[in-house]
Design a protein. Sequence first.
Length: 523
Amino acid sequence: MGVEQMLKLAVLDIGSNSIHMILTEIQPDFSYKILDRFKDVPRLGEETFTTGSFSSDAIGKGTEVVRTLATLAHNRGFTRIEAVATSAVREAANGGDLIEAIEHETGIQVRVVTGLEEARLIYLGVRHSMDFGDSNVLIVDVGGGSVELIVGNRHTLLHASSLKLGAIRLNDLYLKKDTSSDALKRLEKAVEAQLKPTLPRFKKVGFEKLVGTSGMIGNLAEVMHLQKTGRPLPQLNLASFSVKDVLELENLLLDTPLKRRAEIPGVDPQRADLLLPATIVLRSIMERLDLDELTVSDKAIREGLLYDFIERHRDGIQAEQEIPNVRRRNVMYLARRCQYEAVHAHHVAKLSLQLFDQTAAIHKMGAREREWLEYAAILHDIGYLINSRQHHKHSYYLIKNSDLAGFTADEIELIANVARYHRRAIPEDDHKTLKDLDPTLREPLSVLGGILRLGDALDRTHFGVIHSLCCSVSPAYLDIALSTTDDAALELWAARDRKDLLAQGLNRTIRLTTTPTHEDPDA
């Protein structure tokens, strides 16, 4: 499969501190490859957790960052963007204003996730990036607005909590205007107040390993490694450090004036004021749970979003990789969703297209109409999903009301009607299904509907006994010679009963004959 057929997906994570985007390519086996990463730090949550709302400046900055990232994605050929926003947006009284501004400026629809959904996505990202073995694992993600605690194993998420202990939130509420020991005590007390009622449930569920994730924990790991070894951390994923390391870093941050914390080797200048509250939260969790070691995962919510997207769109991704043509792909996706009988549907399509091609001198229609006929043939029986009785009308309803991207409303209406008239009554002016059909399409409907009606009859038993057909056209007649691989009495009976609509559309009397053949029907 060529690279051009890979599904390209941009994943956008609008957090309280930073906005991240990853550009990914989903492979045929549903694995993925990350092609590029981008990050900006507009700190949307700054002051939001104290005021309860975004400032107009924060909305402007957030929208501008997303617009820039969307432009980068589009310039690289990424038109599909999956976007989520977390705690700052879900808590701000005017978070909807930011979401609306982003959609207005970029067309991107942002999904605001709950704390528990955020935890689930983080779990998915971590679970797919490291071996849990046979044990339960506790995951802690320290973000800007919230801290997610998740316990799960390689099979399922067992328990999760979202706590309002993010680093930006704690910094804004307790340290931004007061760095005294009293302010630190108030911060510690607030952390304890949330951890005390929450952690016992995690102890009860049980776990054998602690895993930390998020940009905040990643930066803590880099700083701690430099402090211990004097060398940069060679690999973030699966790096480990102890509660003693966390405590030592906490003391170093406390002893360093805020203005000079960015000078500590490894500290991200954009996180310099946030690392202290992050270390306090992390150290408190480890101490209360009597945990000595934490292992870092470099995967979190963005990768979780990617895995979640793949799982939710597995059928569509497979169809997109198999069928690059967006119109055919969406027809096949609808057919599969409706559990269509593939062998029968495609055999009817084959016979119908033979009829179309061999009568082109009469109906004078071209490639566009031929495509409509094929798609109507593939979908003609999907109404069975609802009920076998009047399934032709149910097929019309399903086609008309499905989101067939790539088709105009008139095309969908015609395809739905062609499928609807594959059996029973022929089109009449008072039929409800014709009220939305463009009058100029009534003539094509008679021919295409008539062809499908006859094509379906020629596979009445669903055993493909009519292998192929050959048409002979004269001013008064359409003679159709049918090549059969078995007794075709039922097919002939059905075809003679359903030939009237096509005879009317082509203004010819239709005559049918059969010729036994020994050809391989699958050739």
